[in-house]
Design a protein around this ligand. Structure first.
Ligand SMILES: Nc1ncnc2c1ncn2[C@@H]1O[C@H](COP(=O)(O)OP(=O)(O)OP(=O)(O)O)[C@@H](O)[C@H]1O
Ligand SMILES: [Mg+2]
Length: 252
């Protein structure tokens, strides 16, 4: 039995006259990786922003573990367990890997921001930071200045920072962007591991990666849901093939 963690129903978001998302419904389940595909400008980042709370929907409803969270802010959603990464790398480049992860861990544990933080809370965030650094495959890099890491490692660090917030829903906007094939392979293996205990929504243009790792694929075109289903079904879908005309991943 799968556990539906995040359920979005008929989400729409308009920017002036443009429908960036229109009636998009998506369910994210624990143990499953759901990929969101679509051409540039299809509305993928908008969808992530609606789920993360960075954007308010024009209409529609979002529940998390059965609770209506449509009107929660992004920090509130992060605290209940919905984490996200951005299309552009978003780390503190001058801080160490460990410091970046501790800051992320503290953002979940609000008390740690108080002036007279008790020592236990600090030890707690240190333990959490070390745990997620290992989980994201960055052991031995704790004291490196984040800005000096390779591009691939910086993206692993972003994932570690999301994990440090104890997120059990991961919304990942193009985590493989700009990676070489070796780095991309490592990231796909990491996503495969992380999916086992969490729900993942992955926006990605790398078709090989998507078809290798996704349990479910949803395709957006012009803000609308074109198709949703298991990878084999999506690959065989004629409308999807037309939307991706020329892309060899769909040459059957
Ligand atoms: N804040 C905004 N204000 C106005 N229009 C926006 C805004 N954000 C996105 N859009 C528009 O909404 C549409 C969907 O954009 P979005 O960034 O969600 O696409 P995407 O699928 O993530 O594209 P890409 O693959 O290039 O990242 C585009 O036409 C974009 O220009
Ligand atoms: Mg985008």
């Amino acid at each position: 039995m799968t556990e539906a963690l995040l359920v979005a129903e008929r989400l729409s978001r308009r920017f002036g006259g443009l429908s960036a998302n229109e009636d998009v419904s998506i369910t994210l389940e624990r143990g499953r990786l759901h990929a969101l595909l679509g051409p540039n400008g299809a509305g993928k980042s908008t969808c992530i922003n609606l789920l993360s709370g960075d954007l308010a929907p024009s209409s529609g409803r979002i529940t998390y573990k059965g609770r209506d969270i449509t009107h929660l802010s992004a920090p509130q959603r992060s605290r209940v367990g919905i984490g996200r990464s951005y299309q552009r790398t978003n780390i503190f480049g001058g801080f160490t890997v460990l410091e970046n992860c501790r800051l992320a861990a503290q953002s979940r544990r609000q008390r740690a921001w108080r002036l007279f933080t008790d020592a236990c809370a600090l030890v707690d965030t240190l333990d959490k930071a070390r745990e997620v650094i290992a989980e994201a495959g960055l052991e031995g890099r704790e004291d490196r200045i984040a800005g000096t890491l390779s591009h691939g490692e910086q993206r692993q660090l972003e994932i570690a920072m999301v994990l440090a917030t104890d997120a059990d829903v991961l919304l990942l906007d193009e985590p493989l962007a700009g990676m070489g094939s070796e780095e991309a392979t490592r990231m796909v293996a990491l996503l495969d591991r992380l999916r086992r205990t969490r729900a993942i929504l992955l926006v990605e243009h790398d078709m090989d990666a998507v078809f290798a790792v996704a349990d479910t694929i949803t395709v957006l075109v012009n803000g609308q849901l074109l198709a949703s289903g298991p990878p084999a079904q999506i690959r065989a879908n004629v409308e999807v093939q037309q939307a991706y005309l020329g892309d060899e991943a769909f040459h059957v």
